[in-house]
Write a protein that binds this ligand. Structure first.
Ligand code: PMP
Length: 443
């Protein structure tokens, strides 16, 4: 059979782009052809300042030598190894390195290939854990409105972003949602953690009582919700969730796909907030975005349930062809070396004040209804145009990229910032300067 003719380069009918309105993209294509440090390079030769670490993942900046070399060497040594009943040394090395970084008590790590897969893995671990303990009546999963937990069925079921759910019909059953914590009527223009809203954690109690607490397997939250637009936990909120979970035998899952690996100036969000979950999902910064990989951290309690549980539960019947992929393990080890050499996991703490001042300096610009920050995350929320939600922020995104050489990210009317942790004060100043121009010129 003859091959079909190759379509023209950049023909948008061949590449069905993820999370993209292809028609809109066609009007203003955004092509990236190279990257280095804090910048992307475009097909027309511009240097674009990366204000969002790719997609919240390139924490050590772009094209870092130790990571590049680790991947190259690994590819030429062991390209692939099966992960079921087999292993390769770098998987063990990485697991040990990671559990040395993770919060006390989260000392077992399961490898996946993405944030979405980490979420599915953690949800399944939670359900299987209760069965291993002879408590299989705990089958309900609790998420939160506006939560983002990736795109697989478990993740969109516990997730609370309506657009990501409504195209797909019946999702997982036995799922309920707490309210989100974003409340500009009480917390607008807060520096750091919002003062008001700890009582929203009691939604978990209310939902548990509604269904009978002995039916609840786990609750999953992002310590700081990122993809839904930087929604911060009110002071004491996460601690209160932990207390309710402890009182009622519910597992607490932190989705740290964004907050892991230095984003808040600590190894993980759990460290920042001083709250240890039972399961913690990660990805993104684990390999600095270079090779797809995720990791789920499990507590001793969960791990032990499989080690000491009934015979039919000695194995967790779950895993991926590419779990602990050698290239990903090498990339992660090179990434951890880079973080350690350059002190990047705590850099967010060192820069936190400068960063907070920078983000809040945008507060008086036109249409700005909130500025907020935590660690090296920031957000500017814009007043929506009546009947055209998302339009204003999306125009800001296009203008930043095309006219001001700055990459940002938007969700609805919220502009998010999450730069590589190698960022210097001069880059922070550039972000402020360019955003000031973008926002001043917006309709
Ligand atoms: N969970 C959270 C909190 C995330 O922010 C993301 C990605 N933005 C995911 C899960 C999904 O990760 P991935 O896109 O790697 O599947």
């Amino acid at each position: 059979m003859l091959d079909k003719p190759v379509s023209r380069p950049n023909d948008l009918s061949a590449y069905w782009m993820p999370f993209t309105a292809n028609r809109q993209f066609k009007r203003a294509p955004r092509m990236i052809t190279g990257a280095d440090g804090m910048h992307y390079v475009t097909d027309d030769g511009r240097k674009v300042l990366d204000g969002i670490a790719g997609l919240w993942c390139v924490n050590a900046g772009h094209n870092r030598p130790r990571i590049v070399e680790a991947i190259q060497t690994q590819a030429a040594t062991l390209d692939y190894a099966p992960a079921f009943q087999m292993a390769h040394p770098k998987a063990f090395e990485l697991a040990s390195r990671l559990t040395a970084l993770s919060p006390e008590g989260l000392d077992h790590v399961f490898f996946t290939n993405s944030g979405s897969e980490s979420v599915e893995t953690a949800l399944k671990m939670a359900l299987a854990y209760h069965r291993a303990k002879g408590d299989g009546g705990r089958f309900r999963l609790i998420g939160r409105e506006r939560g983002y937990h990736g795109v697989n069925f478990g993740g969109i079921s516990v997730g609370g972003i309506v657009a990501n759910r409504k195209m797909f019909g019946t999702l997982l059953t036995g799922v309920d949602h707490m309210r989100h914590t974003h409340d500009l009527s009480r917390n607008a223009f807060t520096r750091g953690e919002p003062e008001h809203g700890i009582e929203l954690a009691d939604d978990l109690l209310r939902i548990a009582q509604l269904h009978d607490p002995s039916t609840i397997a786990a609750v999953i939250v992002e310590p700081v919700a990122g993809s839904a637009g930087v929604l911060l936990p009110p002071k004491g909120y996460l601690k209160r969730l932990r207390e309710i979970c402890d009182e009622h035998g519910i597992l607490l899952i932190f989705d740290e796909v964004i907050t892991g690996y230095g984003r808040l100036g600590t190894n993980f969000g759990a460290d920042y907030f001083g709250v240890t979950p039972d399961l913690m999902t990660t990805a993104k910064g684990l390999t600095n975005g270079t090779v797809p990989m995720g990791a789920v951290f499990a507590s001793d309690k969960i791990h032990d349930a499989f080690m000491t549980g009934p015979d039919h539960m000695i194995e967790f019947f779950h895993g991926y062809t590419y779990s602990a992929h050698p290239l990903a393990c090498a990339a992660a080890l090179g990434t951890l070396d880079t973080y350690a050499d350059e002190g990047l996991l705590t850099r967010g703490a060192e820069l936190a004040d400068y960063w907070a001042d920078a983000i809040h300096s945008l507060r008086d610009l036109p249409h700005v209804i909130d500025t907020r920050n935590l660690g090296l995350i920031g957000a500017v929320e814009l007043e929506p145009i009546a009947g055209q939600p998302t339009k204003r922020a999306f125009s800001a995104f296009l203008s930043a990229y095309h006219d001001h050489d700055l990459l940002i990210r938007t969700t609805g009317d919220i502009i998010a910032f999450s730069p590589p942790l190698i960022i210097g004060k001069e880059h922070i100043d550039q972000i402020v300067d360019r955003m000031t121009k973008v926002l001043t010129a917006l309709d």
